[in-house]
Write a protein that binds this ligand. Structure first.
Ligand code: ZN
Ligand code: ZN
Length: 371
């Protein structure tokens, strides 16, 4: 139990701690330029494939790392057993970093690499591995707020060896993106069927939508209102900073007939917002009862759910959906973050719908669609 949620082989100072510290300094800076430089360096640190600690690296040679940011990183890298990075930040700011809770339990690329490294002889059953996951269940095209055209996305996923995918452009009411009308989904249906026919059964894209959960828990599109859809993910995109409890909002959305997956359940964003409040035990109990899968959104800015809440959903008996929420081609790799969260939460492969065959996934989606 003690190793639950612990990222293996973490050095005394991680890239994640360094990035968080730079953002704390940035927020306290008065000048626009130092603020921007520190933020840019923090972003770079979260993308680095390896931990900086213990490596001989010319810091200013890293992308978007200025001399000012390099000095700050160098000073924080000297932290360790005597003084933690967080203590050092508190000393510099003369108070605890007020945003620290909005940056904890997120993963960096280096974290994900360590979590996904095969650990022979690991005594925790058979953890979900990248090869168990046969497809991505949350993807956008340039038809809503993504960048990749449908045909090109289809080709990228098929050529990567995926067996299936669930396309989930936003529906019309979504506040964050130019969503699709029923006629647009009908056009996508024709296009998806045409592309699937070309892949000779090797790869099948299901047609879904990312529905928006409104303030009262109503959702803007269901397979009943748009029968061409194979599946609907319901997600919150508004009222994300509300301090009031949102349990009943999520429960109503989960209970809506035809919903298959609850997308990025908390709606948190790295350094920006901590996500909604809810009685998660109740939300997960209702999801388990309705058979609605809980998404582990792999977008690094979201990491939603975090491993601790994911473990709570596991204990409640939920199924899970692994998802990149890709809006651009390079986002397809965010699937790895989602898998890493599942591993940290010790979610067994048989609880993850992405491990199903395409046929079984199709049957599961059809059941959710008809319930
Ligand atoms: Zn969303
Ligand atoms: Zn999305």
């Amino acid at each position: 139990m003690s190793t639950l949620f612990t990222i293996p082989d973490a050095p005394p100072v991680t890239n994640g701690q360094l990035a968080s510290a730079l953002l704390a300094l940035s927020a306290a800076e008065k000048g626009e330029r130092p603020r921007t430089e520190l933020r840019a360096a923090a972003w770079t640190l979260r993308q680095l494939p390896e931990e900086l600690f213990g490596r001989r690296v010319r810091l200013t040679g890293l992308p978007h790392v200025s001399a000012r940011a390099a000095d700050a990183i160098g000073a924080f890298l000297a932290c360790g057993s005597d003084e933690s990075v967080e203590d050092r930040v508190t000393a510099i700011l003369d108070r605890a970093d007020p945003a620290r809770h909005r940056k904890s339990h997120f993963l960096t690329c280096a974290d994900v690499d360590r979590v996904l490294k095969p650990a022979p002889g690991q005594a925790d059953g058979s953890p979900l591995s990248p090869t168990d996951v046969r497809g991505d269940l949350h993807l956008h095209t340039n038809r809503s707020d993504g960048k990749v055209p449908l045909e090109s996305l289809h080709r990228s996923l098929a050529s990567r060896g995926d067996r299936f995918a669930l396309l989930t452009d936003h529906a019309r009411d979504c506040a964050v993106a130019g969503g699709l009308f029923p006629g647009d989904f009908a056009a996508q249906r024709v296009e998806v069927d045409r592309l699937n026919d070309r892949s000779d059964g090797e790869f099948r894209m299901f047609l879904g939508a990312e529905a928006n959960i409104d303030a009262d828990g109503g959702i803007d599109v269901t397979p009943r209102s748009v029968p061409v859809l194979d599946a609907v993910i319901a997600s919150i995109h508004t009222e994300l900073r509300s301090r009031s409890d949102q349990t009943e909002r999520l429960v109503r959305a989960i209970r809506t007939p035809g919903v298959a997956i609850l997308g990025h359940p908390r709606g948190r964003l790295y350094d920006l917002r901590s996500g909604i409040r809810a009685s998660w035990e109740r939300v997960f109990a209702v999801a388990a009862e309705e058979g609605v899968a809980i998404e582990l959104n792999g977008c690094p800015e979201r990491c939603d759910l975090d491993p601790k809440l994911a473990a709570l959903a596991l204990a409640a008996g939920c199924r899970f959906s692994i998802a990149s929420d890709a809006h651009a081609r390079h986002h397809l790799d965010f699937l790895r973050f989602s898998i890493a969260i599942a591993r940290l939460a010790r979610i067994p492969p048989d609880r993850v719908v992405n491990t199903y065959s395409a046929e079984r996934l199709g049957e599961w989606l059809a059941r959710q669609r008809e319930r």
